[in-house]
Write a protein that binds this ligand. Structure first.
Ligand code: MN
Length: 427
C-alpha cells in the first residue's frame, strides 16, 4: 500500500510555521485532554492539535475498518494493535483531510471548531498504556565511556557487548509525558570516603539522552520475531530521557544491574512519530565487527538519521545546549533489539516501550549524559549564565529535541522536558 502521507509536495490548509517539527508529512499520534476535560486520540499539524475522535464521529474515517470508538479512547494501544496496514490507511486519510486542496473540513467552520485545538489549549497525556518497558544499552561509545569510569579503562567494553544487544527490564509505572516535574530520588549510596553506605537525596542526578520505540503485538509466547520481520512490529518512536541517579546506581548495580537508580522516572516526548514518517531518513548503521550471530544479521539500511540535542536550563535563566548527538550512532538497530528480545520466546505486546540506551556520539560534545559530558564530575560544564554543572541541580530543567531533515521536509519529535525538584523529605 502506498505511503501517500509522505508526499513532500503536499501542503496543508493549516498554517505550519517555518522549521516546525510537524508539517503535514509528519502526522504523529498522541493523546490529549481539552479544557473541557475530554480525552481523545489526536494528531498534530503545525501548532494545532487535531481531535481524531471528533473526526471519526463526523465520518472522516469512513471506509477504513476501525471499531466505532477507536479514537475516543485514552490510549493508542487498540489502534496500535490493528497493525501496520491500518496505521498507514489512517495516516494517508489524515493527509487527505488536511490537504490544502480538500475543502470538506477546511470550509466547514462548525466542524473545524470541534476538531482543531491550539496546542496552548490542550495538555498532552501518555500516548500508550505501557505494559512493559525494556532499556537497552546499545551505544558503543556510551558503554565504553561508562565502562572506563565505573570499571576498568583497559577493558571498558565487557566481553558480551559486541555479541548481544544488552538490556534490562525497567518499570513502566514511572514513565511520564514531557512537562511533568521529577523529584530527586532518595536512596543508598557509598561515598568514596565513607566506611559504610549512607542514606539521603542522590547527589548525582543525571539525564540519559535516548529514543524509545513502541511495539504492536509481535508474537505469541514461545515464538521469536525473525529479524527480517521485526520492523513491521514497530509503530513509532519518541524522545526518551531515562533519568538516572549515578551514586545510587554505582552502589546498587552489582550483581543484577540497575534498580532504584533508574526507576524513579523516565520522560518521553508525547507525540509518537511513526516509522512510516521516518522512512525517508533511513541510513546505514554502524559497521558491526565481529559479525553478529545469524538471528541478528541484517542487510541494507536499518537505522535513522535523527539529530538529537540536549539543553539544560537553570531556574530563571536561559538554556544552554550541552550535547548534540544522532540516533544513527547506535551500534545495534531496533530490529536487532527486538529480534534479540524475543529470540527466547519472550512475548512483546502492543504499547510496550523499548529504550535505545544512552546515545553518545564519537566526540565529547556528543555524549548523551552528564556523567560522560563532565567525565564523572572531573570537567564541569559551563552554562551560558556563568554557572557550572557536574550533574543536575534542583530546579534545573532538561530539554531534549530531535528532528530529521532532508532537502524537502523536516520531521521532528517536539520536546521532551523535565524539571528536577528537591527530594521528598524523609524524617
Ligand atoms: Mn537508560
Amino acid at each position: 500500500m502506498p505511503n501517500n502521507a509522505n508526499d513532500p509536495n503536499r501542503k496543508s490548509w493549516i498554517e505550519v510555521p517555518k522549521n516546525s517539527d510537524f508539517p503535514i508529512q509528519n502526522i504523529p499520534f498522541g493523546v490529549f485532554i481539552t479544557k473541557e476535560d475530554v480525552i481523545t486520540i489526536g494528531t498534530r499539524i503545525g501548532d494545532c492539535a487535531i481531535d481524531m475522535g471528533a473526526l471519526q464521529q463526523l465520518g472522516y474515517f469512513n471506509g477504513i475498518d476501525l471499531t466505532d470508538d477507536m479514537f475516543m479512547q485514552d490510549t493508542l494501544n487498540d489502534f496500535i494493535s490493528d497493525g501496520k496496514k491500518t496505521w498507514r490507511l489512517v495516516r494517508n486519510r489524515l493527509a487527505e483531510i488536511f490537504d490544502e486542496n480538500n475543502s470538506s473540513l477546511r470550509d466547514n467552520k462548525k466542524q473545524r471548531d470541534v476538531v482543531i485545538f491550539k496546542m496552548d489549549d490542550i495538555e498532552m497525556q501518555l500516548p500508550v498504556q505501557i505494559g512493559d518497558y525494556t532499556d537497552f544499552y546499545s551505544s558503543k561509545e556510551h558503554a565504553t565511556n561508562v565502562g572506563k569510569m565505573f570499571r576498568d579503562p583497559e577493558n571498558a567494553l565487557l566481553p558480551n557487548w559486541l555479541h548481544i544487544p544488552v538490556g534490562y527490564h525497567g518499570r513502566s509505572s514511572t514513565i511520564v509525558p514531557s512537562g511533568k516535574n521529577i523529584r530527586r530520588p532518595n536512596g543508598q549510596t557509598m561515598p568514596a570516603d565513607a566506611t559504610g553506605p549512607v542514606f539521603g537525596p542522590s547527589k548525582l542526578v543525571d539525564f540519559e539522552l535516548e529514543m524509545a520505540f513502541i511495539t504492536t503485538d509481535a508474537n505469541v509466547l514461545g515464538e521469536p520475531v525473525p529479524i527480517d520481520e521485526a520492523e513491521d512490529y514497530i509503530f513509532g518512536m519518541v524522545l526518551f530521557n531515562d533519568w538516572s541517579a549515578r551514586d545510587i546506581q554505582k552502589w546498587e548495580y552489582v550483581p543484577l544491574g540497575p534498580f532504584l537508580a533508574k526507576n524513579f522516572a523516565s520522560t518521553i516526548s508525547p507525540w509518537i512519530v511513526t516509522m512510516d514518517a521516518l522512512e525517508p531518513f533511513k541510513t546505514e548503521s554502524c559497521e558491526q565487527s565481529p559479525a553478529p550471530m545469524k538471528y541478528l544479521q541484517q542487510k541494507d539500511k536499518h537505522t535513522f538519521d535523527i539529530n538529537l540535542e540536549v539543553s539544560l536550563q537553570p531556574e530563571n535563566s536561559s538554556e544552554t545546549v550541552i550535547s548534540k548527538s544522532n540516533f544513527k550512532y547506535m551500534y545495534w538497530t531496533m530490529a536487532q533489539q527486538l529480534a534479540h528480545h524475543t529470540v527466547n520466546g519472550c512475548r512483546v505486546n502492543s504499547g510496550d516501550m523499548m529504550g535505545s540506551g544512552t546515545i553518545s556520539g564519537p566526540t565529547p560534545d556528543s555524549f548523551g549524559s552528564m556523567l560522560e559530558l563532565s567525565w564523572g564530575g572531573k570537567n564541569p560544564i559551563k552554562l551560558n549564565d556563568g554557572s557550572e554543572r557536574k550533574f543536575i541541580n534542583d530546579n534545573d530543567t532538561v530539554i531534549m529535541r530531535g528532528y530529521c531533515q532532508n532537502k524537502e521536509v523536516r520531521i521532528g519529535f517536539g520536546e521532551c522536558v523535565g524539571k528536577i525538584l528537591p527530594a521528598f523529605e524523609i524524617k
